[in-house]
Design a protein around this ligand. Structure first.
Ligand code: SF4
Ligand code: SF4
Ligand code: SF4
Length: 317
């Protein structure tokens, strides 16, 4: 087994003091609360590979390929471990060793694919290419941002395990929030980009926000993943309004902020034609980690929505 790609990170792996500052920021760990799903757990698995105590398996490779590339763990690391560079080399090693597992990367349903190459053209990370008329995904380049999913005209792209961020998972969370008889004050949903503000809210602060009885905060990875159906589902579930928090357009590495702003603009126009006040669906651009601005955006939105009152009519998805 050629561990050359990993050997150079031995000292970096030894720098990890297991403080756990990284894992509070990780959406994958937040979804499962399993050590092996945390950024620190990934490092421990790699340490095991290097020391020979862990053998490469599809399970180990899956843990490494499950990542939303938000880089929050690296920024939070108290010991300066370059987690993303370590992970990238580990993924390359595992792929070379034959463990080409999807993890959280996007996958194409070739039975459905119309070979339009829209996904190839729109991916900011050049993770998709056209080879002999067929889409090929480079798992080492895919950032799991999910922007190609909605761009595909035949809905032929999927991220297998979204760790709470796929549209179906968001819908279930929203419905659970509004159908819980204990949530008598439930009024709104806030969808938040996972690259910027949401993971910046560590558990202690996030739990305080999440505990607000009037709204539910849900992470979407890139804000560009919020589709109109998800917003309509929230309104139909009982939300008086929906706020989408994304990065400022210039800060979004995936092109998602521009996409969600345009999409929500079109949705608001349609809703207005149906007599729905446009203030019920809003987009706020929040700079990365700016919890103060995030809080202010949510408060401003909630004040407007509460003044509007409940949405009486159902809106067709
Ligand atoms: S980059 Fe983000 S998703 Fe990936 S391990 Fe780090 S915190 Fe988790
Ligand atoms: S758009 Fe995002 S999810 Fe799709 S292939 Fe590119 S990086 Fe991966
Ligand atoms: S956008 Fe969808 S249909 Fe078009 S090439 Fe990509 S996967 Fe196939």
């Amino acid at each position: 087994m050629n561990l050359e790609k990993l050997e150079k990170w031995k000292s970096a792996l030894n720098k990890c003091i297991r403080c756990g500052y990284c894992y509070e920021h990780c959406q994958i760990y937040k979804a499962t609360r399993w050590e092996s799903d945390s950024p620190r757990g990934k490092l421990i698995l790699l340490y095991g590979l290097l020391s020979g105590q862990v053998s490469p398996t599809p399970y180990v490779a899956g843990k490494l390929f499950e990542c939303f590339h938000c880089n929050r763990c690296q920024k939070a690391c108290s010991s300066g471990v370059p987690l993303q560079d370590v992970y990238n080399d580990a993924r390359a090693f595992l792929k070379d060793a034959g463990y080409d597992v999807p993890g959280t990367t996007s996958q194409t349903d070739y039975g459905a694919c119309a070979r339009c190459m829209t996904c190839v053209r729109m991916c900011k990370h050049e993770a998709r290419t056209c080879v002999n008329g067929r889409v090929v995904i480079d798992r080492l380049k895919c950032q799991s941002c999910g922007n190609c999913l909605d761009a595909c005209p035949v809905k032929g792209i999927d991220i297998g395990n979204g760790y709470g961020t796929n549209p179906g998972e968001l819908k279930r969370e929203v419905e659970a929030f509004f159908s819980d008889p204990a949530h008598t004050e439930a009024k709104a949903v806030v969808f938040s980009c996972g690259w910027s503000n949401y993971p910046g809210l560590q558990h202690s602060r996030y739990d305080k926000l999440d505990a607000n009885p009037e709204y539910k905060v849900l992470v979407t990875v890139c804000g560009g993943r919020v589709v109109s159906e998800t917003v309509l589902d929230a309104l139909n579930a009982g939300a008086w309004g929906v706020l989408v928090c994304c990065c400022p357009e210039d800060d979004c590495e995936h092109g998602g902020s521009a996409r969600v702003k345009a999409r929500m603009g079109r949705l608001v126009e349609t809703l207005q034609d149906m007599g729905v006040d446009p203030r019920r669906v809003q987009v706020a651009e929040v700079p990365p980690k700016d919890a103060k601005k995030f809080g202010a955006a949510v408060k401003g939105f909630m004040d407007e929505v509460k003044a509007l009152g409940p949405l009486e009519a159902a809106v067709a998805p």
